[in-house]
Design a binder for this molecule. Structure first.
Ligand SMILES: Nc1ncnc2c1ncn2[C@@H]1O[C@H](COP(=O)(O)OP(=O)(O)OP(=O)(O)O)[C@@H](O)[C@H]1O
Ligand SMILES: [Mg+2]
Length: 294
C-alpha cells in the first residue's frame, strides 16, 4: 500500500458525469476525493448538484443562503469565497451546492458565456495555483443540461461511473455524443480519462456480464478496480462521512482506495491510437449512440 501519491504536474480537473440517476456519481466523487486527500493530495470537490449530496457527505454547510456553487456560476462570489474545508480531512475542500442551484439551469441561459461560467470562475483567476490543488472533482446532477456543460468546459477529464446493473449502458451513447459535441465546439481538451464500475454484486451473473460488456466497449479506459455493492458504502453519507472515514477496513473502502491509487498513478489516461479522440473508438461511440436512439 502506498501512503503518498505522486503529485500531478498540473492540477487535474475531473468531471464525474452520467445523466443516468443513482449510478454512484456522488459516492465516487466523495470517496475518490477522500482517498486522494488521505494519500497526501490536496483536493477540491465542487458540488454541482442541487441535491447537495456531496456537500452532505463531506460535512460542509450547505443550507439555503450559504455561499455556494450557485453564487460562483452566477458571478456573485469567487471560488475563494465559496470554498469550505471538509470535516473529513484537512487536505479536502468543497464548494457546496445549495437548493439555490435548482434555478441555475434556467438563470444561466440569459448570462454571457453561459457554458463557461465555471471555467471562468476557476481558471480566469489564480485560484487553483494559489491554493496548490492537485485534484478538482466536479459532481454533476443526473442530466446533460447547462450545469453539466459548465462542468465539462472547466475540465480536461471526464470520469464516468457505470453501475453494474440492468440497463447500465442506457444513455451512455447520448453522454458520448455530448462529450464529442462539447469537444468539437466548446472544449477541445475534453476526453474520458476513466470509467469506474460501481455497485458490483459478485453473487450475480449480471454484474459480471455488465463488467465484461463495458470492458469490451471501452477497453483500457475502464479502471481495473471495481467498486462492490456494500452496505457500508451506502451508510457512510448518513454520518456525513466517506466510507474511507466511516469504515476504512470495509470492502467498499478498500476498493475505493485501490481505485484511487490506480487513478492517480496511471495519470491522465492517454487513448491509444486505435481509439477515437474521446478515449473510445468511433465504432463504439456510433454503436452506443444507435442503441440510445432505439
Ligand atoms: N458501492 C455501493 N454499494 C452500495 N450502495 C451504493 C454504492 N454506491 C452507491 N450506493 C448507493 O446508491 C445510491 C446512489 O448513489 P449516488 O448517490 O452516489 O449516485 P448518483 O449517481 O450520484 O445519484 P444522482 O444521479 O441522484 O446524483 C445511494 O443511496 C448510495 O448510497
Ligand atoms: Mg449524485
Amino acid at each position: 500500500m502506498v501512503d503518498q501519491l505522486p503529485k500531478p504536474e498540473a492540477p487535474r480537473l475531473i468531471t464525474v458525469a452520467n445523466q443516468k440517476g443513482g449510478v454512484g456519481k456522488t459516492t465516487s466523487s466523495v470517496n475518490l476525493a477522500s482517498g486522494l486527500a488521505m494519500l497526501g493530495s490536496k483536493v477540491l470537490v465542487i458540488d454541482l448538484d442541487p441535491q447537495g449530496n456531496a456537500s452532505t457527505a463531506l460535512g460542509v454547510e450547505h443550507r439555503a443562503g450559504t455561499t455556494s456553487s450557485y453564487e460562483l456560476l452566477i458571478g456573485e462570489a469567487s471560488a475563494e469565497e465559496a470554498i469550505q474545508q471538509s470535516t473529513a480531512h484537512e487536505n479536502l475542500f468543497c464548494i457546496p451546492a445549495t437548493i439555490d442551484l435548482a434555478g441555475a439551469e434556467i438563470e444561466l441561459v440569459s448570462l454571457v458565456r453561459r457554458e463557461y461560467r465555471l471555467h471562468d470562475a476557476l481558471r480566469n483567476s489564480s485560484f487553483l495555483e494559489k491554493n496548490d490543488f492537485d485534484y478538482v472533482l466536479i459532481d454533476c446532477p443526473p442530466s446533460l443540461g447547462l450545469l453539466t456543460i459548465n462542468a465539462m468546459t472547466a475540465v480536461d477529464e471526464v470520469l464516468i461511473p457505470i453501475q453494474c446493473e440492468y440497463y447500465a449502458l442506457e444513455g451512455v451513447g447520448q453522454l458520448l455524443n455530448n462529450i464529442s459535441m462539447i469537444r468539437q465546439h466548446l472544449n477541445p481538451n475534453l476526453h474520458i480519462s476513466a470509467i469506474l464500475l460501481t455497485m458490483y454484486d459478485a453473487r450475480t451473473k449480471l454484474s459480471e456480464q455488465v463488467a465484461t460488456e463495458v470492458r469490451e466497449h471501452f477497453g483500457d479506459v475502464v479502471l481495473g478496480n471495481i467498486i462492490p455493492r456494500s452496505i457500508k458504502v451506502s451508510e457512510a453519507p448518513g454520518f456525513g462521512q466517506s466510507v474511507l472515514n466511516y469504515d476504512p477496513t470495509s470492502r467498499g473502502a478498500a476498493a475505493y482506495f485501490d481505485a484511487v491509487i490506480e487513478f492517480a498513478t496511471r495519470g491522465d489516461y492517454q487513448p491509444v491510437e486505435a481509439t477515437g479522440p474521446i478515449g473510445v473508438s468511433p465504432e463504439t461511440a456510433k454503436r452506443l449512440a444507435a442503441e440510445a436512439e432505439r
